[in-house]
Design a binder for this molecule. Structure first.
Ligand code: SER
Length: 886
């Protein structure tokens, strides 16, 4: 028996041998189609190639594409479990020709593959073609040699495939497999509901047109081919079973579900096991592709699938979370072709377990309430909308979960009542909203959020994506369009642009349309929590509401932002380890060119500490560990050691970013919605460039990472080399040389001061008495020493005092147009002579006011340097008067 993995390989191999490029499955979240919730067909990733907007280096391709049909236009969620071949997640095998081969080769390849390679007997195969497509009809007759009655013309849209309301489309031909007379059902061509005997296994679309409007269709420049075959259906055929759920992958999941829940795989609980197996695949693949449970958009579809699965686990009699225990079985089955499952296994496990644990708390109570309410109803009466709303609002029951419970009872829900209860709650929320910004503008955003919903952020996984314009604001007014030259705020349903939050600045980049519009995004902001707003200017063309646009984040800038943000996390942890656990974030800026981090710490961080912190961060960078993100309940995350901002309000779930750890050891674990590097090695290098105080007890560190850090260090190196050249030594000898020069300078300064002192004292040598005159019986030594630094005057005065033994010393210096004056009185005279009094007399002569000091030493200054000699004379006069009086 061929396993599903063998079949996938055989399909891809066959087309590779026929010159098809093997293209990997695109992620489930369509980056190139904003109108789709999830990728739901193989051709989605090639949409623009068919219409000619995009070219690829190949004209033939083959894929095994992951698809999800839940929540959107193609919603199979309600059927899953109750039929043999509906799935929320499935794989579509397909071959594609982009203007290369057309109908004949497509039919020939398909026929060869299924009848020769896969050896499906031709007499089990039935074909449908579009009723007017004589060419396809004839080709089937000629290539496959099928009799007339086995090629059926179908006039309905079943045989005309279109991607959506617009986009590539064309007639198609379908291959059906006859599972045999023991299964009821009619041949194709009749109603689709006629039994399960004849199952469509492969759809070959001859993509010939581009649907441009409701009634308008233009021929494509190059007719193309898009085929799609459900791997699960093909596996059922090749494994000789009729039911997709009996194929190898589903069987192993169902058996694992039986083992974990302790409920037999077949029999009364078969439906629940199927639901669990199917939903587990969707959940795991969606999380691996970046979707996480939330109350909006894609995240809510995921949550609905999860909770529907959990209710079936509950029906299987399992009291404990169980779905997450099936993950290893799925990874064993599908991890090899889809390694993203292996990479994301810890995240999937944690996310699913958390959702199961939390929902468990309200599931029982909700089901009890539902039972009580049903007991009150007449047989087959619908459940009142109010009750369904209460289940949704209080117990977290998505509406389809409630419907799934009611289905067993043959009941529905009063949907209109549910909607009006929902609307009432919205109106209340609107009335009580207290915004953070200006009330008027916040109201605009709040209303917009209600109308267009939250913006889906795709920027963790991609920097390029398509979006649909859902609002344009010019000067806070909503407009339908803007023209070249106008500035505006543009909102799209999804975006790769990061709106400023958590210190990380907003992204910049460009938004284009196919019609030549080019909007330069200068900044991206977030309003009312999750409406992302692109601010900028339309450089060319016209931008209109509902345009489908391509959005490109400026990649190099974003790379720098990621590196700086991750470096901030590593530094935060390094600070805590080196300075202590009191270190708490007080502010943070993550810009493309630098990072700034404010934190609580009572004193300056020493140079030695800075070096140690830098070394610790760089060491974690070199370990090059993966950066792993999880979603957790805030309390659990904090209990597990995650760093949260004190006083910050967090939602029901928080994103937790782990990095720098090694082999089970945790390093940085922080709540963060920002964008980060994939591995710490991507940061490259970390360098602190400044440390300062911002407020009492708060320090600030500024740092660089990556190329900016390298540039900084190169600049430092250049300066060192320049200094070495001036000093005429090797760069390595600069510190020694500078130390020697500094020592030398100190010695020279000392000698110079000494020389000045000698000069001041007027002595030729120690033996000779200094010049002074007797004034009223007191020795008076007066000096004028221009150019001597004022701070040297006092030691000079002391020196002269020592030399004259008893008397009054006055030194004046005129420097830079100002005069400074010092007067000293020897201790034996201070009882009757006051240095302060003399210095004031001198200062007065210098045009200054005041002067001060002690009786033995006083100083003053004055603006009139030219009066220096007069000052000395004034002091002499004052001394004469004083001496006489005494
Ligand atoms: N696009 C077609 C389908 O989804 C064939 O691949 O059925």
């Amino acid at each position: 028996m061929k396993t599903s993995n063998d079949i996938r390989d055989a399909f891809v191999d066959f087309f590779a041998r026929h010159d098809h490029e093997v293209v990997p499955s695109s992620p489930l979240v369509p980056h190139s189609d904003p109108t789709l919730l999830f990728v739901n067909a193989g051709m989605v990733q090639f949409k623009n190639v068919f219409t000619g907007l995009e070219t690829r280096p190949y004209a033939r391709a083959v894929t095994a594409q992951k698809c999800v049909r839940a929540g959107g236009k193609h919603n199979d969620l309600d059927n899953v479990g109750y039929t043999t071949r509906h799935h929320t997640f499935f794989e579509m095998l397909g071959n594609f020709s982009f203007g290369d081969y057309f109908k004949d080769v497509a039919i020939e390849l398909a026929w060869t593959l299924i009848t020769k390679e896969f050896q499906i007997p031709a007499d089990r195969l039935w074909i449908t073609v579009y009723h007017t497509d004589d060419e396809a009809f004839d080709l089937w007759r000629r290539i496959a040699g099928l009799p007339q009655d086995r090629v059926i013309r179908v006039a309905t849209s079943d045989n005309f495939w279109s991607m959506g309301d617009t986009g590539p489309c064309g007639p198609c031909t379908e291959i059906f497999y006859d599972h045999g007379p023991e299964i009821p059902g009619d041949p194709p061509g009749g109603s689709r509901e006629c039994g399960d005997r004849f199952v469509e296994i492969w759809n070959l679309v001859f993509t010939q047109y581009d649907q441009t409007g409701p009634d308008e269709r233009v021929p494509l420049a190059h007719p193309s081919v898009d085929t799609g075959m459900g791997l699960e259906r093909l596996a059922a055929v090749l494994q000789g079973v009729h039911d997709n759920y009996d194929t190898d992958i589903f069987r192993s999941l169902i058996l694992a579900s039986a083992e974990v829940t302790g409920s037999p795989p077949n029999g009364e609980h078969a439906v629940s096991h199927r639901v669990v197996a199917d939903h587990l695949r969707a959940v795991c693949f969606l999380i691996a592709d970046g979707v996480l449970p939330s109350n909006e958009g894609r995240g809510y579809v995921l949550r609905r699938i999860m909770r529907r699965g959990m209710r079936h686990v509950h029906m299987l009699g399992c009291q404990e979370p169980a779905m997450y225990r099936l993950i290893p079985t799925l990874v064993a089955q599908m991890g090899q072709p889809y390694p993203e499952l292996i990479r994301a296994q810890p995240l999937i496990t944690e996310t699913l377990k958390l959702e199961e644990t939390r929902f468990k708390q309200t599931l029982d109570r909700g089901l009890k309430l539902l039972e009580e309410e049903m007991a009150k109803l007449a047989p087959s009466a619908a459940l009142p909308g109010e009750v369904a709303f209460k289940l949704y609002d209080t117990f977290g029951f998505p509406i389809d979960l409630t419907e799934d419970v009611l289905r067993a009872e043959g009941r529905g829900v009063d949907k209109a009542g549910f909607e009006s209860a929902m609307e009432r709650q919205r109106a209340e929320a609107r009335a009580s909203w207290v915004g953070s910004g200006g009330a008027a503008t916040e109201t605009v955003w709040l209303e917009m959020r209600e109308r267009v919903g939250a913006t889906e952020f795709l920027g963790y996984d991609t920097e390029v994506a398509e979006g649909e314009i859902v609002a344009i604001l010019k000067d806070d007014e909503q407009v339908e369009r803007i023209a070249a030259g106008e500035s505006a705020a543009v909102v799209t349903n999804q975006t790769p642009f990061y709106g400023e939050a958590g210190g990380q600045v907003g992204d910049t980049g460009v938004i284009f349309t196919g019609e030549g519009a080019e909007f330069a995004v200068d900044d991206t902001k977030k309003h009312v929590g999750d409406v992302q707003v692109h601010l900028g200017r339309l450089n060319a063309g016209v931008l209109k509401l509902h345009d489908i646009v391509e959005m490109r984040v400026e990649g190099e800038r974003r790379r720098k932002l990621r590196a700086n943000h991750s470096a901030t996390h590593l530094m935060h942890e390094a600070l805590r380890r080196h300075l202590g656990k009191h270190v708490a974030q007080k502010g943070s800026l993550v810009a493309p060119d630098r990072l700034r981090f404010d934190f609580s710490h009572p004193k300056a961080v020493t140079g030695e500490e800075i070096r140690a912190i830098e070394a610790a961060v760089n060491e974690r960078i070199r370990r090059n560990g993966e950066v792993v993100t999880h979603f957790m309940v805030p309390d659990d995350a904090i209990a597990a050691g995650a760093l949260a901002l004190f006083g910050e309000k967090y939602g029901e779930e928080v994103r937790v970013v782990n990095m720098g750890g090694d082999q089970g050891e945790r390093f940085s674990v922080e709540f963060c919605g920002g964008t980060h590097v994939r591995r710490t090695g991507d940061i490259g290098l970390f360098k602190i460039v400044a440390e300062s105080a911002v407020a009492a007890g708060v320090r600030r560190i500024e740092a660089l990472s990556g190329a900016a850090a390298v540039d900084h260090m190169e600049e430092q190196d250049r300066r060192l080399r320049e200094a070495a050249a001036v000093l005429k030594v090797a760069p390595g000898d600069v510190p020694e040389r500078v130390a020697a020069l500094a020592g030398e300078r100190k010695r020279l300064e000392r000698e110079l001061a000494e020389a000045r002192r000698e000069l001041a004292s007027g002595a030729r040598g120690p033996a000779e008495a200094p010049p002074f005159k007797e004034v009223g019986g007191v020795k008076y030594a007066a000096r004028r020493l221009d150019g001597v630094p004022p701070k040297e005057l006092k030691p000079m005065a002391d020196e002269i005092k020592k030399q004259i033994g008893s008397g009054v010393v006055a030194i004046v210096t005129a420097t830079d147009g100002k005069a400074s004056l010092v007067v000293a009185v020897t201790d034996d005279l201070t009882a009757r002579l006051d240095a302060v009094e003399f210095v004031r007399a001198g200062a007065h002569a210098l045009g200054g006011k005041g002067g001060g000091g002690r009786p033995d030493m006083a100083q003053a200054g004055g603006p009139d340097a030219a009066a220096a000699d007069k000052a000395l004379a004034a002091i002499e006069e004052a001394l004469a008067a004083k001496a006489k009086a005494a």
